[in-house]
Design a protein around this ligand. Structure first.
Ligand code: COA
Length: 404
């Protein structure tokens, strides 16, 4: 039994097995999705353990839930840190705006820190919810609408390898191992534990298709997609890309060549990293239209010394950051960041920031100079700003690529 946080008219405690169905239905309601039948719940239950779920209880009933699963988060430089993937957060509609999620978040963040996790990581339903808890937008994504009739590959575009369709049953067996084999090839990606696969398998719709790419070393990428009517600008079906994994450009080209060869398709939609190069492979780059650009993941550092020490930094003069973290006091302190790593120091700070801004810098998505210009980072030593840019920003854009 974990700690119990008491608020005025509700209490927070870890969920037990007996609370799971109620928690699931609370989330269905909060996200405006239909109730699950007993049969549907039976399929979903293995991917919905009580472990790592906190509930808020008022008048004896469940009024709020916050969940997470343990994962590994890839950070710049190729290492991965233990992290919490936060998901399934919701409050009963008649009990919102009275601090329920605030209490759940405080409990959950303490729990992550106690577990030795370096960061908590999530995808937000709304951009106004998580900043106050120290989460910052750590990776962004662009939504592509690819117009098939105009999408022709340039003669110099990578050819890609072989692509084969895999039946859903076989795909459920194949994909967990393949995802692991491909590895966390981009910072911002997370490992997918069994629980994630169980949850996603239970929700995989009949109409999903799975295509696997093979290169010189065997299977090295895959795409999961489903046909969808979206009232696009051209006649024909659309394909919605649910999950696309390709560790290199050859594989990416091979998978897109396949998707663009599927008959009776007018458009393909996909959510991709900001630096996705599909448009550059086409004779008409506008055939790959960017229809939306938004936050992909939010990150909250829960163990600053471990998180800062794990990532690689660019080449620049060292900079001392002062982190002020009112929620997780152990994080507060000064850290010297250099090309060789990061360590806690007693020397004077060059830049001062809070956890939200650290979350925006940590995976390299935003430059410190931008946040300084916006008064979101306090500059104590102006010379340090440019060095901080070179230390923190990354050539490759961070991206998660996993729905959770
Ligand atoms: C988002 C949600 C979990 C917030 O829960 P809550 O218990 O109402 O949040 P709190 O009362 O602790 O809110 C804390 C603060 O955040 C603000 N806030 C919370 N949710 C907000 C939202 N969606 N938009 C704007 N502000 C929000 C509150 O106004 C409050 O501000 P204050 O302290 O200045 O008064 C709840 O509205 C919900 O269940 N929404 C539907 C499901 C959902 O979107 N879940 C999140 C999935 S990522």
């Amino acid at each position: 039994m974990g700690r119990i946080t008491r608020a005025t008219d509700f209490e927070i405690r870890p969920l037990t097995d007996g609370d799971r169905r109620a928690a699931h239905e609370l989330l269905n309601r909060a996200f405006h999705t239909k109730r699950s039948t007993d049969e549907e719940w039976e399929k979903l239950a293995p991917g919905f353990p009580a472990e790592r779920k906190f509930g808020a209880f008022g008048d004896g009933a469940l009024i709020g839930v916050a969940s997470s699963f343990g994962t590994e988060l890839a950070v710049p430089g190729g290492k991965a840190v233990p992290a919490a993937a936060v998901e399934a957060v919701g409050v009963r509609a008649d009990r919102t705006r009275r601090g329920v999620v605030t209490a759940l978040m405080a409990e959950q963040l303490r729990d992550c820190a106690d577990r030795g996790e370096a960061a908590a990581y999530l995808r937000a339903s709304e951009a106004t919810i998580y900043g106050r808890f120290g989460y910052g937008v750590s990776a962004r994504r662009k939504s592509l609408r690819v117009h098939k009739s105009r999408a022709r590959f340039r003669p110099d575009a990578p050819a890609g390898g072989q692509v084969r369709l895999v039946e859903p049953g076989a795909a459920a067996e194949l994909l967990p191992g393949l995802y692991q084999r491909i590895g966390l090839y981009r910072h911002g990606m997370i490992a997918r534990p069994e629980q994630w696969w169980a949850w996603s398998a239970a929700r995989v719709a009949e109409e999903y298709h799975v295509a696997v790419h093979s290169g010189p070393d065997g299977d090295d990428g895959f795409v999961v997609y489903k046909p969808e009517e979206r009232g696009g600008s051209e006649p024909g079906e659309g394909l919605d890309v649910i999950d696309l994994q390709a560790a290199n450009i050859e594989t990416l080209a091979g998978l897109w060549r396949y998707l663009l060869s599927v008959d009776l398709v007018a458009e393909i939609w996909a959510s991709r990293p900001l630096d996705d190069p599909l448009g550059l492979m086409l004779t008409d780059p506008r055939a790959c239209e960017v229809v939306d650009l938004a936050d992909n993941t939010w990150l909250r550092v829960t163990d600053a010394p471990a998180a800062l020490a794990a990532r690689a930094y660019g080449d620049a003069e060292p900079v001392v950051l002062e982190l002020v973290d009112p929620l997780l006091e152990n994080n507060s302190g000064r850290y010297r960041i250099s090309p060789g790593g990061a360590e806690r120091v007693g020397s004077p700070a060059d830049l001062k920031l809070g956890p939200e801004e650290l979350g925006m810098l940590y995976l390299g998505d935003r430059a410190p100079s931008l946040l300084a210009a916006l008064n979101r980072i306090e500059v104590l030593n102006p010379i340090a700003v440019e060095a901080a840019d070179r230390l923190f920003t990354t050539a490759v854009a961070p991206h998660c690529g996993t729905r959770f």
